[in-house]
Design a binder for this molecule. Structure first.
Ligand SMILES: NC(=O)c1ccc[n+]([C@@H]2O[C@H](COP(=O)([O-])OP(=O)(O)OC[C@H]3O[C@@H](n4cnc5c(N)ncnc54)[C@H](OP(=O)(O)O)[C@@H]3O)[C@@H](O)[C@H]2O)c1
Length: 164
């Protein structure tokens, strides 16, 4: 499978894995839509893509926000006319013991790492299905649900069940 000229949305492209994947895609010459909240950090990814002559669209947005999710899909379609691949990478990690994790952190984890990617995928799906490259469309979920939940931090170590 080639990603040449495909339109690829990647969330969380301002740092870490999302930035690395964006840059790793350069040789395939895709049309890239890079998304994140921090404009200064996203600009750094954008500069690298620009240097490599990649056709890209930077979108400042929070995947937890429904309007921003709509903006991601709508602006991508406006700019490139289709969506071939959605890489749901934006996510956060807040390791904590289940008995200590503040409720706001649990909400933030679930909103970002679980709900946002489901909702963005749902928003995107009709365009994938109707797209002229329908046989090619792909979703990627870079985060793992287990790492998104406070429950993975139930135990500090094997013998710490007394911490519960
Ligand atoms: N690294 C690991 O060992 C590991 C292990 C398991 C799972 N993961 C998952 O892999 C993904 C990438 O991790 P990473 O290590 O590359 O983390 P990272 O360097 O912190 O990058 C996270 C990216 O997500 C973006 N982001 C976070 N919340 C967002 C929001 N509400 N809206 C839009 N963008 C948001 C951040 O950009 P802004 O802050 O600019 O918005 C950043 O670009 C995450 O989903 C993480 O949960 C990583």
């Amino acid at each position: 499978m080639t990603y040449q000229n495909m339109t690829i949305i990647i969330t969380g492209a301002s740092s870490g894995i999302g930035k690395a994947v964006s840059l790793a895609l350069i040789p395939y010459k895709p049309k890239l839509v890079i998304v994140a909240r921090r404009s200064d950090k996203l600009r750094e990814t954008a500069e690298e893509l620009d240097k490599a002559n990649i056709d890209f669209l930077p979108i400042i947005g929070d995947v937890r926000n429904a309007e921003d999710r709509n903006k991601i899909i709508d602006l991508t379609l406006q700019e490139f006319g289709q969506i071939d691949v959605l890489i749901n990478n934006a996510g956060i990690g807040k390791a904590n013991l289940i008995v200590e994790q503040p409720e706001e952190e649990i909400d933030e984890l679930l909103e970002t790492n679980v709900k946002a990617l489901i909702m963005l995928t749902r928003k995107n799906h009709p365009y994938h299905e109707k797209g002229r490259r329908r046989t090619h469309y792909q979703y990627f979920f870079i985060l793992c649900f287990a790492s998104s939940l406070p429950f993975c931090c139930l135990f500090r170590n094997k013998s710490s069940s007394e911490n519960l």
